[in-house]
Write a new protein. Sequence first.
Length: 209
Amino acid sequence: MYLPSAFREDSLDIQHEFIRAHPLGVVCTSGDGGLMANHIPCLLYPEGPHGVLRLHVARANPQLAELASGRECLVAFHGAQAYITPSWYATKAETHKVVPTWNFVAVHVWGTPVIQDDPAWLRAQLEALTDSQERARAQPWRVDEAPADFIAAQMRAIIGVEIPIARIEGKWKVSQNRNAADREGVAEGLVNERGDAVMAGLVARRGGA
């Protein structure tokens, strides 16, 4: 990932927090089957130097062969994003030397996948993933609410994947390279024209480079 210094985020805690808040990763592989990418929900565990991702894929998914090949893969996680018009910059009125850009937040991780075909591992992964999304509901759904034979049949169609993270990078491109007046204009424009309080908040909190 192209990482100008103004946009780097090297805090592992912040990177991990972001992944947990945006768990749908784009799993990218390159191998004999060519380039492949699939959107797959992942769970992050604080194990090893950079963490471990756990997920599952369909056995019928052709990417499984690439994940089992022993080659490194990339998983990209995306968060808030927004087009930034030059019209929001105070600099536009002063010099007109401005151009559009796009703000976004992303974390990329690299690691070599390990296939997990143990039913107990897979059941634990399914329950943990479900709980991560259901726990905030008043009446959370649980895997064991479905008939046991039905869950067993569903599990036979999937397989687990574990990715120990070998490298991780974070990019918070949220107008840090603009002056204070320009950043203020961006934050106001995002709220007033787009109703985007999330990106506006990131611009305001991150400040200048």
